[in-house]
Design a protein around this ligand. Sequence first.
Ligand code: FES
Ligand SMILES: [Fe+2]
Length: 419
Amino acid sequence: MLTKEQNEELTQVGPGTPMGEVLRHFWYPVAFVRELDEFPAKRTRLLGEDWAVFKTGDGSYGIVDERCPHRGASMVYGIVEDDGLRCGYHGWKFDTDGNCVEILAEPDSSPKFRESCGVRAGRAQALGGLVWAYIGADPAPELPRYEAYVMEGVRDVGHTVIPCNWLQIMENSVDPYHVEALHGNYFEFVAAQQGTPMPESFGGNKHEKVAFDPFEHGIIKRRLLEGQSEESDDWKVGHPLVFPYKMWVGGNGVYQMQIRVPVDDTNTHVMFYTVHAPDGADVSGDDRCVDYPIEWIDDDGRFIVDYIEGQDIMAWVTQGPVADRTNEKLTKSDVGVLACRRMFREAIDAVCEGNDPVAVVREPHDVIKLPLERSKFGRGAGFAIDWINDGSMRYSPLAEEMKQLHLGAAAAREELGDS
Ligand code: FES
Ligand SMILES: [Fe+2]
């Protein structure tokens, strides 16, 4: 249980707040590469502030305060030029660093005057089909090249904005017991009500023990399920909460970074960034990144709870816009939630002392591989098929094609004697 003040400190993301300062040490996806190829400027709200993200004619990305410093018109409706963005209202032009490089009505304005006319700018760059932004203080850290964004495979990204604070979603990443309740018992109840068969995929299995290991990118969650041996990947390897707004999960040829971008205190852009790369399938050179909205509320305003992520979204959103942690009753099985809050608390302390929080990457690198079960629940291609059928990927335009990809790869593996 937290005090009201402690809860606010952990959940507020705006500028000048303790957690807002922690979160401004990281890069966030704010657009799909596809979007800015189709139209080169887009409004985005990130950490409680409004921005214009754009792609210049020469292929660079930029992100600037949505408000033009002249008289406040929206830069989202600016003219994108080869080397910058020009406000649509009076034509002040800014480069990707936010410098005012031209005042249309005053071609003779002095550089010194223009220096005082810059717009607040962050940094932006593309990786893995996404456009990433950094809006914190200089020097910007490296954009972490986690395996998800650089591995070969077909990218499939279901996404939506949901009306709740990002932290309650992160707490869910270190809450393994919910899998047997929400995706097991509750799924069974929903399936029975609908008269549909209960998928055998995810829930159901009892947890015998769980473990949470802090590491340099977050917290590794491990579980031993009834009937599994201690040699199973689920116990020996596990998978991580990636500080401060992601979870890396999957196995058996389908890998997913669950991304939760804090839009503001009470809205989160949830992205299920999946890479299909089954052993035995040749996905090299297939650099598709397909994005699509996922559905989670029906025409009657009820949550759609007959698929895995829909069940999660129901739980996250119904906890409230910001979960009230002053009234909760944490028990032994919530130990992961406590580990998560401890890590966030320590990050606030680190930033107060002028240090980087955990998971900030300063060293240039090719790829960062995170621990992940390669054999999830000891299953083969059936795991991927069930995930597509019973998860948010059912909304994907690639759903059928990806099932065929996994089945074809499984057949090829069998030919090679590796089922
Ligand atoms: S408001 Fe942007 S140039 Fe005037
Ligand atoms: Fe879940």
